[in-house]
Each structure stands twice: as C-alpha cells, then as structure tokens.
Design a protein. Structure first.
Length: 227
C-alpha cells in the first residue's frame, strides 16, 4: 500500500514557489499562471503557492505537487484569505493547504483565525498562517495552524520594514513553536533560502525572484536609469 506524504512532510527542507501576479499585470492570466506552476514543478519545487480559487483549481489539475492556495481580496488590512468563506472556497477549489492572514488585525467579517482553522480542517485541508510577528505566529500555532509563515513581516504593523527577508523572525518562531515555520517574503537568492533553513525554517517560499518578470525587469531598468 502506498501512502501520500502530507504536504507538510513534502516541503521539508525544500522550496515552495509562489506563482502569483498583481492586479493589472500581464502575467495575471490563469493559463499563464498554470505554466509558471508547471515550470516550478519542472525546476524542482516541492509545492506551489497560488492566489484565487479559479487559479487554484487550474493549477491543482495541472501539477502533481501540493498546492498552497489563498484568495487575496483587496490590498489593505486583512486581505489574504480574510474570512471563512474565502478559505472554504480555496479548499473546495482543491488546495491542499489554505494560506490565510493570522495577524492581530481585525478581520473584515469580525471572525477569528481560530474559526478559519476549524472550518478548513473540517473541509479536509491544512492551514498556513501568514504572520508578521513572533506573537502572532505563536498564537496561530496554538490555534491549530499546520504551518506558520513569515509572509507578512514588513507589510503589517509591528514588523520591521526591510529590503531583505526577516530571518530573525524565522529563527525566533522556530525557537518558540514546534509548528513548522516557513520563511517567506523578499528572499532573492538561493543563499538566502539556504540561510533560512539554517536558521530553523522547515521550508522556504520564493515568489518575485522566480515568477515576476515585470518586477524583475523594473529592478534592472531602474538601476540603469539611476546611473
Ligand atoms: C505580502 C503579500 O501579500 N505577499 C503575497 C503572499 O502571498 C505575495 O504577493 C508574495 O509574492 C509572496 O508572499 C512571496 O514573497 P516574495 O514575492 O517576496 O518572494
């Protein structure tokens, strides 16, 4: 009998590729995002992270990897899978793991992260808690999150604004909780990804540095025009 490894075990010590595109970006197209996910799979990613139930369903049908799904609604306050309704739509679309904001900020429907965890688990999926601080990560772990990710450090109150990844938060979370910690946000080199694992991360998410040609082109273009 063969058993399917859990998504948490599948990403241990390995790379997760975030295949997303902002509103208005030419890459924001379901078929294009599916190709990015297939490229990530071909390149050796252990899992992919994708936004929007439609994209989750298309990617889940196209790759054999675990799919970490989210649903961004807006771009201020709690916008990453903000409510149970969003989370269940992502799970029903086929995500193995639902990523959701677990910061201390008020949620748009007045609900709680703990309720979201309960609902997603009942639907048969796991939960990745996207946090900005040590306190938020420790609480999310106690509330039953299966993974805690540093996704929102640098973007939500109480966290440092940095140009690079928040590896101090990765290390602090890894010391504070037995729940697997994911390093995510502004990781731009393989060396930074390896350093995150060395600091205690269970897995590493890289998005922009791999899957965002508009942002990558902008980095080169602005560097040249500033000279
Ligand atoms: C803050 C926020 O909304 N982060 C989003 C979460 O899904 C994505 O826009 C990021 O691309 C992802 O976290 C990966 O990070 P980076 O692209 O820096 O490697």
């Amino acid at each position: 009998m063969t058993t399917t490894p859990s998504p948490v075990a599948a990403v241990a010590g390995r790379l997760i590729v975030s295949c997303q595109a902002p509103e208005g970006d030419p890459m924001r197209d379901t078929a294009t995002l599916v190709r990015l996910a297939r490229s990530a799979e071909a390149g050796g990613a252990a899992a992919v992270r994708v936004n929007d139930p439609e994209v989750v369903a298309a990617v889940a049908a196209a790759v054999a990897l675990p799919v970490i799904g989210l649903w961004k609604d807006g771009d201020t306050g709690v916008y990453i899978t903000p409510t149970v309704r969003h989370a269940l739509a992502v799970a029903e679309a086929g995500a193995h793991v639902v990523a959701a904001d677990a910061t201390a900020r008020p949620r748009p429907d007045g609900g709680s992260f703990a309720d979201l965890v309960t609902a997603v688990h009942a639907a048969g999926a796991l939960v990745m808690a996207d946090v900005a601080t040590l306190e938020e990560g420790a609480l999310a772990a106690r509330q039953g999150a299966d993974l805690v990710s540093t996704t929102l450090s640098g973007y939500a109150p109480g966290s440092p604004r940095r140009t690079g990844p928040d590896l101090e938060l990765v290390a602090a979370l890894a010391r504070a909780t037995a729940t697997p910690v994911v390093a995510e946000g502004r990781i731009t080199t393989p060396e930074e990804a390896a350093e995150a694992l060395a600091r205690g991360a269970h897995s590493v998410v890289v998005g922009t540095a791999i899957t965002a040609p508009t942002a990558l082109t902008h980095r080169f273009a602005t560097h040249l025009t500033r000279r």
